[in-house]
Design a protein around this ligand. Sequence first.
Ligand code: PAF
Length: 277
Amino acid sequence: MQVISTIFELRARLSGERAIAFVPTMGNLHEGHLDLMRQARNHGSCVVASIFVNPLQFGPNEDFEQYPRTLDADCAKLQVLVDVVFTPAVNEMYPVQQTVFVEPPPIADELCGAARPGHFRGMATVVLKLLNIVQPQVALFGKKDYQQLHIIRQLVAQLNLPVCLIGGETVRAADGLALSSRNQYLTGAQRSEAVFLSLTLQGMRQAIVQGARNFELLQQQAAQSLAGRGWGVDYVSVRDQSDLQPAGVGSRELVILAAARLGKTRLLDNIEVRVVA
Ligand code: PAF
């Protein structure tokens, strides 16, 4: 495995490669990331990972400075899984002040975008830059960041990028908590409580499968139940998988998405539901 931190060297290394599978990350790698790296091997003869904590996608009061940076441990985990790790510094990715941005679709202002203005613009901008730098045939992203993956799909389709996207299933701890780099911010008591986010979504899915169609009511009940346990709820929302618009009675492929805070730690989760007519 080669660790490369400049765009010039990376392009030279990848110039002869014809089947690159790429997994962009912000590091602090967990089993969810590693699962994507393993899948990547099925899609390319050269697997590239990137580790870059992108300042553009953090708001002024967010955790950019505190975001866990564990490069040595990450590289050790990647050693047998990838061929190249791209680890640019901030001034390599942004040598001049970035004044050209990707304008994400309007859905970027809803759900996570409502609490994190500018987040998806910064995310989409760095993803486009990374895709341009690596030029992979396949790129893999986790479905845990469902809205992010949806926006990246729009980016790739609407800007005609020659890359095939693959969404990896969310990897969970034994109790059901979706793996996330931010889980390590949780205290012991918060970690025990955290499982209720996925349990809440599972309960909603069961209700929908059993015929519940008043999504507004389900959302309210779930948000109230989490708030009653001490969570700060940003949203619980039942959406149509295809466009992430609020699900209607005719929607068949649904996704229930939630973001909620335990203390200062914001956790995300989602669960897909297919309903039969
Ligand atoms: O999901 C992430 O880790 C980041 O948002 C991404 C896609 C690597 C862009 O910085």
